[in-house]
Ligand binder design. Structure first.
Ligand code: HMG
Ligand code: MG
Length: 304
């Protein structure tokens, strides 16, 4: 939960970002990325995923990443897990918080996790029960909340019911994932209004992919609706390997610029974040997807 005049950011670049890049980075480079992001002021960072390396090879070695990350006061290194096997591996690697995920579309659930929504919810129950025993926190994602890449429209009521089920299972926060970025401010507002009838507003987070360039507009709509937690990835890295055509998350740099403009506190140093973006783009041989980073780097080159 975040205060009304501040926003909590969940940096997902090292997981959601890197899982969809052509190059697979070494655990050492991923650790460097994560420590630089923490140095820039980010406090909750998804560091990897304990999923099948056959399904997502880019996340292989997440155990080494988690083991190599330095313990830091106030910094929460987390990891994505699809099932009990993933949770046990995360616990072995010293993880103190995990995230589970369930799709609001049957077709996407099958493509992404090879099981139905109902089976996925059963897996979550098993994960939350074991996590409780181990004394660690669980965050929940619902994906395809504003559209499915295979079947199109998704009902807000379906999202709310799945989110409520995750919340009742013990997830402390429900991150609403616009996996394919088709949401608009109007559909975002309607979704939050429906979800907040079943899940407390303070336990809702927004996870917007920027495929249609709507992510910042959707975040603004969500802020107006009272949401104060957002997921983002440095430089707008990311996408989902099982969602054809989906591009990255909203860039953390763009989110910070928006929050600054709105006078909302966030604790992140934009300059260090942009430098971290330069670092990771060089490692991946790609260009930034952040409009703010592009603009400020151009100004720097021109000496203005
Ligand atoms: P499956 O093939 O049905 O699994 O995959 P299975 O239980 O039949 O086991 C088959 C093999 O996988 C076995 O190995 C298991 O040991 C292994 P084998 O005996 O053949 O050598 N296995 C595992 N290995 C490592 N870690 C595990 C694990 N579980 C089983 N945890 C499974 C099912 C769920 C594992 C697979 O479908 C999978 O890993 N899917 C993950 C896909 C993924 O990571 N997608 C991206 C993340 S979700 C996302 O990006 C959306 C989000 O950002 C929100 C949004 O944007 O909306 C969160
Ligand atoms: Mg995502």
């Amino acid at each position: 939960m975040a205060e009304v005049n501040s926003v909590r950011i969940v940096e997902v670049g090292a997981r959601d970002g890197l899982q969809n890049e052509a190059l697979t980075l070494s655990p050492e480079t991923r650790v460097q990325l994560l420590t630089r992001l923490a140095d820039a002021g980010l406090r909750t960072l998804e560091a990897g995923a304990f999923v099948s390396p056959r399904w997502v090879p880019q996340m292989a070695g997440s155990d080494q990443v988690l083991k190599q990350l330095p313990a830091r006061a106030g910094v929460n290194w987390t990891a994505l897990v699809p099932n009990l096997q993933g949770l046990e591996a995360a616990l072995d690697a010293g993880c103190r918080e995990v995230a589970v995920f369930v799709a609001a579309s049957e077709a996407f659930s099958q493509k992404n996790t090879n099981c139905s929504i109902a089976e996925s919810l059963n897996r979550v129950q098993a994960v939350t029960a074991r996590a409780r025993e181990a004394g660690i926190q669980v965050r929940g994602y619902v994906s395809c909340v504003l559209g499915c890449p295979f079947t199109g429209h998704v009902q807000p009521e379906t999202v709310a019911a799945i989110g409520a089920s995750l919340y009742e299972s013990g997830c402390y926060e429900i991150s609403l994932g616009d996996t394919i970025g088709t949401g608009t401010p109007a559909s975002t507002k309607a979704l939050i209004s429906t979800c907040s009838q079943q899940i407390p507003l303070h336990a809702l987070a927004g996870h917007f992919h920027d495929t249609y360039g709507m992510a910042i507009a959707n975040i603004y709509a969500a802020i107006e609706a009272g949401v104060r937690v957002f997921d983002s990835s440095v430089s707008g890295l990311g996408g989902c390997p099982y969602s054809p055509g989906a591009t990255g998350n909203v860039a953390t740099e763009d989110l910070i610029y928006l929050l600054d403009g709105l006078g909302l506190k966030h604790g992140v140093n934009l300059e260090s974040l942009i430098e971290t973006g330069v670092f990771i783009n060089a490692a991946l041989n790609r260009k930034t997807s952040s409009s703010v980073a592009r603009a400020l780097l151009t100004k720097k080159v021109m000496g203005v």
